[in-house]
Design a protein around this ligand. Structure first.
Ligand SMILES: [Zn+2]
Ligand SMILES: [Zn+2]
Length: 145
């Protein structure tokens, strides 16, 4: 692993956490690195299972508190999808999701689409649109058979 690059990312994580009144810990660093490096939008349970492989002492409560701190610090997004457990996303810039109705996996929507057109849909009766969440639903390749 590139020590310099990882300490730079760790420094930014620390700065963002402290700016929003949260502590940086080694465990939070590990949770954040995992979340940033996956595209699966994992649940807290899934994150706990994976991070525990590296940090056997970490607890599920610590994972939950870390995730709450990241969301408050603007480092992660919490996705409430389909009535299932919340999923977490290490990408915070505007992007959209596709969700499988059978197994519940969530992936990023690939490819450009017209944000202005989508925002325009909501402004008919004077709403000022500041943001949107677009979710496509269907069946993932594994669930189609
Ligand atoms: Zn599926
Ligand atoms: Zn995403």
């Amino acid at each position: 692993m590139d020590i310099a690059a990882s300490s730079g990312a760790e420094g930014r994580l620390r700065a963002a956490l402290e700016a929003s009144g949260h502590r940086h810990t080694a465990q939070r660093g590990a949770v954040y690195r995992y979340l940033r490096n996956v595209t699966t939008h994992p649940t807290a349970d899934e994150i706990f299972t994976q991070v525990r492989e590296v940090l056997p002492d970490i607890s599920l409560a610590t994972v939950y508190k870390a995730l709450e701190a990241f969301v408050e610090a603007g480092l992660a997004r919490k996705l409430s999808v389909g009535g299932g457990p919340a999923r977490y996303d290490g990408r915070t810039e505007q992007h959209d999701h596709v969700r499988c109705l059978r197994c519940g996996i969530v992936r990023d929507v690939i490819g450009p689409h017209d944000s202005e057109m989508i925002r325009g849909l909501g402004s008919g009766d004077g709403f000022e649109i500041i943001d949107y969440r677009l979710e496509l639903i269907g069946y993932c390749p594994a669930c189609q058979s």
